[in-house]
Structures are given as structure tokens and as C-alpha cells.
Design a protein around this ligand. Structure first.
Ligand code: ATR
Length: 280
């Protein structure tokens, strides 16, 4: 039974809206499993009130907070320090409060790479075709290069955004920007294909390219976690390619936040199971 006392630590998530967030369920399960005396609650924070909400973290000694859309960028200047990924991305998804000193982290990209490792996918020395150059694409591309990928080819509908991101990543490794139309010619030259766009969430979404052309030799990853198998993943599986769904990224970005806050080894299997039960 959940026992809340005067000593219980408070954690939560800021979002606007926040009602669809799965983090309260996942983090509460993690605290409960390890017997940590803490609760994790959703806070709907209108962007115009973010400054007051951050002051509230200090004032009320809230121990840690996750940050989701549309606040990840806006919170950066309100914190005392940020880690390297958050500084590069200009976006924070995790805040730790230590006696009023607020440290910001971004665990999205590392969570993505952790989820690949969990599936036995080694990125070292690999060439990755990354589709999408938005916030998620940026986080994933940065982590891939930092953690040993040989090259990241960024394909985006708006090619200028891919070029701009490639420029920012140049000092971290080999990067190239291409248009979505170039993707089909690159499929045989890459080890991993990663979709970081939202295309595929809806049944009616068109394909990003002709999925029949996916070679069996590649690993295909979709950061979308619902549906469990997007059209991209279904087609890749049909062709004999290894596939990885986005649920692992959601779990592992949360697991890293949990470790930052508590210093404890996160109960990954429990976190994943409660999400699976909620989603399917
Ligand atoms: P997120 O934070 O989830 O990455 P985002 O920053 O809004 O969200 O980025 C969305 C990404 O999905 C972009 O790469 C976007 O391409 P554009 O830069 O050309 O807009 C991509 N995207 C969204 N809808 C798309 C569509 N219908 N076809 C192709 N790409 C799409």
C-alpha cells in the first residue's frame, strides 16, 4: 500500500498539457519497487507560469522534475546549471533539486542508445540513417555520435533543417544532410535506420519512403511507441530486418532520470511492464 508521510519526497513532471504523460505511472512503479519513500505527480504548467513553477520547486523542496513539451527549451535559462547534452540541445527533460540548486539534464538521446544496447544493437563504428531533424532527431543524433557511431546521415523533409543540424554536429563526428527523396538510394549503405518523425503514429500516415526497399541487413528503429509496430517496422520485419520500437527509449530516458535523482539502479523491467500494461 502507498504510504505518504511528512517525510515523503515529492517528484513530478511539468508539461502543457500533461494528462497523457506515462511518466507518473512509470516513476511511481520504480519508487515503489525499490521501497523509496517518494511520490511522483503531474503538474500542468502553462508556459507563461514556468518561471513561478521553477521558483516553486525551490520553495517547496520538490526533489526532481521531468520536463516535457512545450517547456523543455524554456526552462534552460531558469536553471543553475545544465549537462553537456542539455547545453548542446538547448533542452532539458530532467531537473534535480539539491538544496535549491537546480541542475538540468537531457536523458532522451542516451535513453535512446541505452534502449538499443538493451536490444543487443551495437552502434560503434556504424553508419546511421536518421530521419527527422526536430527536437527528437537532434537528441538522438547527438547521442549516437557521442557514443561511438561512425556516421549519421540526417534526412529531413525540410532539407535546410537537416543541413543546419548537421552543421551543429560537425565537431562531434561525421555527419551528412540529405533530403527525404535521397533516402531510397542510401538504404544499402547504412547499418541502422531510425525514424524520429511523428509519421507513422496515425494509421492514415503515408510512408516516409518505399518500405519494400528496406534490406534485411539493417536494423530499423522507430521512436514511436504506439502502435507497437508502425508500418515502417512491420515492413522492415517482413523483409527480415531487425526492428526496435520506441518504448525502450521512453523507459530508458526515465530510467536515467531516476538514477540521477536517487543514485539507485532503476528497475527497468518493472518500468517497462507498467507501460506495456497501460498501452496494450
Ligand atoms: P519532435 O520534438 O518530436 O522531434 P518536431 O521538433 O516538431 O518534433 O520535429 C518533427 C519532425 O518530424 C521534423 O523533422 C519534421 O520535418 P520538417 O522539419 O520538414 O517539418 C518531421 N515531420 C513531421 N511531419 C512530417 C511529414 N508529414 N512528413 C515528413 N516529415 C515530417
Amino acid at each position: 500500500m502507498l504510504k505518504i508521510t511528512g517525510k515523503t519526497d515529492v517528484y513530478g513532471i511539468f508539461g502543457f498539457p500533461v494528462e497523457h504523460s506515462l511518466s507518473p505511472l512509470m516513476q511511481t512503479a520504480a519508487f515503489h519497487t525499490l521501497g523509496i519513500d517518494a511520490v511522483y505527480v503531474p503538474f500542468e504548467v502553462n508556459p507563461e507560469n514556468l518561471k513561478d513553477a521553477v521558483a516553486g520547486l525551490r520553495a517547496m523542496n520538490i526533489r526532481g522534475i521531468n520536463i516535457t513539451v512545450p517547456l523543455k527549451e524554456k526552462i534552460v535559462p531558469l536553471l543553475d546549471k545544465v549537462d553537456e547534452a542539455a547545453a548542446f540541445l538547448g533542452a532539458v527533460n530532467t531537473v534535480k533539486n539539491e538544496n535549491g540548486i537546480l541542475s538540468g539534464y537531457n536523458t532522451d538521446g542516451d535513453g535512446f542508445v541505452d534502449s538499443l544496447e538493451e536490444e543487443g544493437v551495437d552502434i560503434s563504428g556504424k553508419t546511421v540513417l536518421l530521419i527527422g531533424a526536430g527536437g527528437s532527431g537532434k537528441a538522438v543524433a547527438f547521442a549516437l555520435l557521442k557514443r561511438g557511431a561512425e556516421k549519421v546521415v540526417i534526412a529531413n523533409r525540410t532539407v535546410e533543417k537537416a543541413e543546419s543540424l548537421a552543421g551543429k554536429l560537425e565537431s562531434y563526428g561525421k555527419v551528412e544532410a540529405v533530403s527525404l527523396g535521397d533516402v531510397e538510394n542510401l538504404l544499402e549503405k547504412v547499418d541502422l535506420i531510425v525514424n524520429t518523425t511523428s509519421l507513422g503514429m496515425k494509421e492514415s500516415d503515408p510512408p516516409l519512403f518505399n518500405y519494400i526497399l528496406i534490406p534485411s541487413s539493417v536494423t530499423v528503429v522507430d521512436i514511436i511507441y504506439k502502435p507497437f509496430k508502425t508500418k515502417l517496422l512491420l515492413a522492415a520485419e517482413e523483409n527480415g530486418a531487425k526492428i526496435v520500437n520506441g518504448l525502450g527509449m521512453l523507459v530508458h530516458q526515465g530510467a536515467r532520470a531516476f538514477r540521477i535523482w536517487t543514485g539507485r539502479k532503476p528497475p527497468i523491467d518493472v518500468m517497462k511492464r507498467v507501460l506495456m500494461e497501460q498501452l496494450w
